[in-house]
Design a binder for this molecule. Structure first.
Ligand SMILES: *Cc1c(COP(=O)(O)O)cnc(C)c1O
Length: 401
């Protein structure tokens, strides 16, 4: 049991209410400031972004937009149309612009694709990012493919293929690396899935965390987006929020067959971007930005590996394997995940995510993001104190009885 003072218990209660109000996502930082001003968040390790990438974006933004007064254009003018921004990305990604659909965040693309192209049956691996099953239309059957705890929630590709062949869904979803556990499926295996499951109408691969994954010691970026041309059933969805640290500007894109892009555009989405997102997309495709970003990407990957290694030294937790910028952690000491999250927040100002609302997880789980090296050190020390202190208090309690 976690121990709280009476004052802390009031905060615990308020936290519970905020979490319930936020549904299957976590309350954001603005909500906290407004509704729980007594709690000071020092480190947000709930949201999964690369802080160095945010710094880089801000540096460019200050220099090119704020200091030059160009902010006025971004605010006063319409952003470019969907197809125009697609053209900007096309060269950089080496993909035909007709295959690119720009979204107001990836979540808009998930919703658009599932609403428009999933007809009868969707198969989703769990645990997962909840929008994939929450946004299905009424009447669509959802089949959950439960990833196995004994296999650390990684995807067994052969069993997966067999299951899809058995259930025959028209849409399948693969988040790679997966959220909330970070398990990664290698490109050769995804390729095998594509080859074997050619008959599935929509194969959605969500690469929102792909910039943190690698298959070689050079940490080179891996992506399926250039396979869409030869695999018309493949839909690659990409959020820029996490690996570029810009969730606030709502930028994402989808790569899919031309016919799908045209159908979506004929139903709206003309000016669904905004000035800031357009500026970001233009920056993303510039070689000076891309080169600097890549250095920070690798630095962050290396620091995240160190962070995970240190987490593995801590007592009373199990750290699941991850190739993303976060880890799924199981509390193995009988502590409730929600209590642990509350304690870390109240006593150390660290905000992490409970996973007790995630279907497909059995046990007490939290998800923890990697931050800057200094912040990671503070997180490690706080976690250690929190875990060890709890054991000491339990011992004292037993003696008292
Ligand atoms: C965060 C997330 C998204 C949504 O990203 P936005 O671009 O911010 O809408 C989509 N897919 C996964 C797997 C995510 O974790």
């Amino acid at each position: 049991m976690m121990k709280f003072t009476d004052e802390e218990l009031i905060v615990v209660k308020k936290l519970e209410i905020l979490k319930n109000e936020a549904g299957s996502h976590s309350p954001g930082i603005f909500t906290f400031r407004q509704k729980l001003p007594e709690v000071e968040i020092k480190i947000d390790a709930c949201f999964l972004s690369n802080p160095y990438a945010t710094d880089l974006f801000i540096e460019y933004f200050n220099k090119e937009i704020l200091e030059t007064g160009r902010i006025r254009d971004l605010l006063e003018c319409y952003p470019s149309q969907n197809g125009v921004i697609a053209e900007i990305l096309a060269d950089f990604l080496a993909i035909n612009p007709q295959h690119i659909f720009i979204g107001n965040g990836a979540i808009e693309i998930i919703q658009a694709v599932i609403h428009n192209f999933t007809e009868k049956k969707i198969m989703i691996n769990i645990p997962t990012f909840s929008s994939y099953y929450e946004y299905v239309k009424e009447g669509v059957e959802v089949i959950y493919n439960e990833l196995s705890k004994a296999e650390d929630y990684s995807l067994d590709v052969d069993r997966y293929i067999a299951k899809v062949k058995f259930y025959r869904p028209d849409t399948i979803v693969l988040i790679n690396p997966n959220n909330p556990n970070g398990a990664y499926t290698r490109i050769v295996d995804v390729q095998r899935i594509l080859d074997e499951l050619w008959f599935v109408k929509n194969i959605i691969v969500d690469e929102s965390f792909i910039h943190f994954a690698y298959e070689s010691q050079s940490y080179q970026l891996v992506s399926l987006s250039n396979l869409v041309a030869e695999n018309p059933n493949l839909i690659v969805i990409k959020s820029m929020s996490k690996d570029f640290g810009v969730a606030g500007i709502r930028a994402g894109y989808g790569i899919m067959k031309q016919e799908y892009v045209q159908q979506l555009l004929s139903r709206g989405y003309l000016w669904n971007s905004n000035g800031l997102a357009e500026y970001f997309f233009r920056l993303y495709t510039r070689s000076d930005f891309a080169m600097r970003y890549d250095i920070l990407r690798v630095k962050y990957i290396v620091e995240t590996l160190e962070f995970i290694k240190e987490l593995r030294q801590l007592p009373y937790i199990k750290v699941y394997p991850s190739m993303a910028n976060f880890v799924l952690i199981e509390l193995t000491n009988g502590i409730m995940a929600s209590d642990f999250v509350a304690k870390l927040l109240i006593s150390y100002g660290i905000y992490i995510r409970t996973c007790d609302d995630k279907i497909g997880l059995e046990g007490q789980f939290i998800r923890l993001a990697s931050r800057s090296r200094t912040e990671n050190n503070y997180i490690i020390n706080s976690l250690r104190c929190c875990l060890e202190m709890n054991v000491v208090l339990d011992l004292i309690d037993e003696k008292a009885i």
